[in-house]
Design a protein around this ligand. Structure first.
Ligand code: AP5
Ligand code: MG
Length: 214
């Protein structure tokens, strides 16, 4: 991570880590915002979707296994995602923190990951929900056209999977961790500013206000 030490987060006197999770529908801006937060706070951006797509591009055995799920807009089996992410998540937490983008994505994944993560002290601290209306999501994805994933039929499937499998995660985190919702329909700059402001206001987390850039 270039420049990581200079951003100061992990080097804060408290030694505190920043462990965030972004939850949002396809096209809500998880990747866009995760990248900015990672850069701002000097933490790792871990995107399950990006990692899975890289496996497909590289033709690995995982890639061959998951391609049809990605092409259909279905979730890949939990075991594949958990095995793929365990090491990078633990390594990132030890190095100062992470922003997770796309994982956990179901209550089941969150429960399973929590058991392992808590034992290691690397569990998610804050869940950020990016809220964007359906019409805007579809507009963004059709404009982007990321291969077979961004066709009308697959977008429809991804949105349905989000409603069925991921929306319950909002309640799960609201009952456990610090959780807040941001209006994701604003410009990327405005969404980022809102997230940072809300993080600074969070109660009871030592070191959260040590924003190295603001
Ligand atoms: P994943 O890669 O996570 O895809 P997704 O959730 O469908 O979301 P996207 O990456 O399409 O959108 P995003 O929210 O990141 O938005 P982005 O910033 O790119 O997952 C892909 C697949 O992998 C899944 O379908 C599944 O098969 C599998 N998978 C992944 N994780 C899994 C898991 N945990 N378990 C099982 N299976 C898993 O922005 C989208 C577009 O909008 C861009 O063009 C961007 O420039 C634009 N944009 C962003 N923000 C704004 C804004 N504020 N205003 C205007 N435009 C904006
Ligand atoms: Mg993404």
């Amino acid at each position: 991570m270039a420049g990581y030490e200079n951003l100061g987060w992990a080097g804060a006197d408290t030694g505190s880590q920043m462990r965030l999770l972004l939850i949002g529908a396809p096209g809500a801006g998880k990747g866009t915002q995760a990248e900015r937060l990672a850069e701002r706070f000097g933490i790792a951006h871990i995107s399950s979707g990006d990692l899975l797509r890289r496996h497909v591009t590289d033709g690995t055995s995982i890639g061959q296994l998951v391609q049809s799920y990605l092409d259909r807009g279905d979730l890949v089996p939990d075991g594949v995602v958990m095995d793929m992410l365990r090491k990078p998540v633990v390594a990132a937490a030890e190095a100062g923190g992470y922003v997770l983008d796309g994982f956990p994505r179901t209550v089941e994944q969150a429960r399973t990951a929590f058991t392992t993560a808590q034992a290691l002290g690397v569990e998610v601290q804050v869940a950020v929900h990016l809220d964007v209306a359906r019409a805007e999501l579809v507009r963004r994805l059709l404009a982007r056209r990321r291969g077979s994933e961004d066709t009308e039929i697959v977008i429809e499937r991804r949105l349905q999977v989000y409603l069925d499998k991921t929306v319950p995660l909002l309640t799960y985190y609201a009952n456990r961790e610090l959780t807040f919702t941001v209006d994701g329909a604003q410009s990327p700059d405005a969404v980022h500013a809102d997230i940072v402001a809300r993080l600074r206001d969070l109660p009871g987390v030592e070191g959260w206000r040590a924003d190295p850039v603001a």
